[in-house]
Every structure is written in structure tokens, then in C-alpha cells.
Design a protein around this ligand. Structure first.
Ligand code: SF4
Length: 139
């Protein structure tokens, strides 16, 4: 019973942490659009969190660089299970335009497991919103 209650709360009010692993910030600006009054994703109970320890969903943008890799690993480890990862933008999916750069390791899945990929450069807030909903439906 308690487990069902936890699962329901998890699904009805997932908290999101965002992390830019090395992109140009274009995807992040679109991502922040979700939390402005126009898209207002909070009306669905979805909140943005600053601490990985309180997050359910990690949204990553940008390719992983040599410098950001340890931080991405640490953030992922600190998120309590069950946790889900959404990658927003072509850079996060494959490395995108930064692929083969001297300091770029590639997409986010080179370092942590990814549940859902959303390609685009940058992704529109509507597309990110749909991806978040798809991920929540899987919870
Ligand atoms: S996908 Fe495009 S907008 Fe997003 S971080 Fe990469 S270059 Fe920037």
C-alpha cells in the first residue's frame, strides 16, 4: 500500500533537475521556457529542483566533456532511485556539432544510462514538454 502511494506521488509530482554537460546553452534557454508563465509546467505538479537528492528526473543538455564527466557521474549517483534521464538536444544525444572535438567524449549515454532522447537543435519547449510527459507515463 505504502509502495503504491509512493509510486503515485512519484508519478503525480516528479521533480526535475537540469544539467548542462557542455552545450552552447541554446537548449537550456528553451528548457527554462517550460517554467515560465507561457508553458507553466508547474501546473502539472512538475517542479524544478536544485539538489540531485530531491530529484526524480535528470534532464541533460549538451555533450559530455572531459571536465564535466565527473560532475555528471556524481549528480547521477546522488539522485535516489527510481531515477530517469531525459536527454534534450542533438549534442546530448550524440555529441552533435561538438562531436570529435578534442575535449568532448560524446553523448550523455557515454557516461550514464539514458531513458529518452529528444534530438533537435535546439528543441522547442513544446517538444521538451511532450518528452517529459512521455517519461512520466513510463514511471
Ligand atoms: S543541440 Fe544545438 S542548441 Fe542544443 S546545446 Fe547543442 S548546439 Fe546548442
Amino acid at each position: 500500500m505504502i509502495q503504491r502511494l509512493f509510486r503515485l506521488a512519484h508519478k503525480k509530482s516528479p521533480w526535475i533537475l537540469t544539467y548542462n554537460a557542455g552545450g552552447c546553452n541554446g537548449c537550456d534557454i528553451e528548457l527554462l521556457g517550460l517554467f515560465n508563465p507561457r508553458y507553466d509546467i508547474e501546473r502539472f505538479g512538475i517542479l524544478q529542483q536544485a539538489s540531485p537528492r530531491h530529484a526524480d528526473i535528470l534532464i541533460c543538455t549538451g555533450p559530455v566533456t572531459i571536465k564535466t564527466r565527473p560532475y555528471l557521474e556524481r549528480i547521477y549517483e546522488q539522485i535516489p532511485s527510481p531515477k530517469h534521464v531525459l536527454v534534450v538536444g542533438s549534442c546530448g544525444c550524440t555529441g552533435g556539432i561538438f562531436k570529435n572535438a578534442y575535449n568532448v567524449l560524446g553523448g550523455i549515454d557515454q557516461v550514464i544510462p539514458v531513458d529518452l532522447y529528444l534530438p533537435g537543435c535546439p528543441c522547442r519547449p513544446e517538444a521538451i514538454f511532450n518528452a517529459v510527459q512521455t517519461l512520466i507515463d513510463r514511471l
